[in-house]
Design a protein around this ligand. Sequence first.
Ligand SMILES: [Fe+2]
Ligand SMILES: [Fe+2]
Length: 264
Amino acid sequence: MPDLTINRRALLTKLGGASAIAVLPAEALADALEHELMDQATYGPECSEIDIIKVGRDVRRGAGQLFDKTIVPELYKMPERPTLIDFFKLRFSEPTVSHCLKSAAHALNQGQPERNIMASLVHDIVINLIKTDHAWWGADLIAPYVDERITWGVRHHQALRFYADAETGYEYPELYRCVFGKDFAPEAYIQNAYSQARGHRWYMEARMITLNDTYGFTPGPAPDIDQFTDIIARNWRQPEEGLGFDNSPSAHMWRTLLNPERPL
Ligand SMILES: [Fe+2]
Ligand SMILES: [Fe+2]
């Protein structure tokens, strides 16, 4: 167990300042302190800012964020025929929305092709459903609705994240040193996925996603999803029946996102 200390100023800010704490019941304050220590026990104090991979107590690390009520406490009503934009506005967790929007904004500001912007916009949305091997799940989730190069890029971005590429300026993320440990070596299946991707003609489809990932630059504030309406219209095949109800190979995954409370 690492040595755990509370960053008092950060915790004060998180709880709404000294005046908010003054009126907080003792039990709630004890809970807040315990949560803070649990976060640190899982990731180490240096990782406390990593919103996208945070988990609450009693939730396994690979579980999707929609299944963690400390991250998504409330499920909003969705329209009968939900679109991708509806999911961004009403269903996906705030950390995943913010992360994907910042990545897509970076691609947009760099003047990258729409295909790369679209790939960055959806590259981590599956983290709402599951975090373990999210690139493979994420590719399956979007495959029926996007250009196959976008699917391919999303499928391989997870493996490429572990490997620097000096030619494109991609460096091993500092973040990974605290998430996976200093001497972490990716498992054989990740190494294999990387080797296959490295020699593939679509290598840059995945590499661009890693270059647009927010850990490699200082992102500005997350833009609104409405800023991408036209790009989505041109690069996302929205089913008339709504996501989840078009009988596509991933429709069941969208239905699970719609209703994570369904018992079976
Ligand atoms: Fe990712
Ligand atoms: Fe990402």
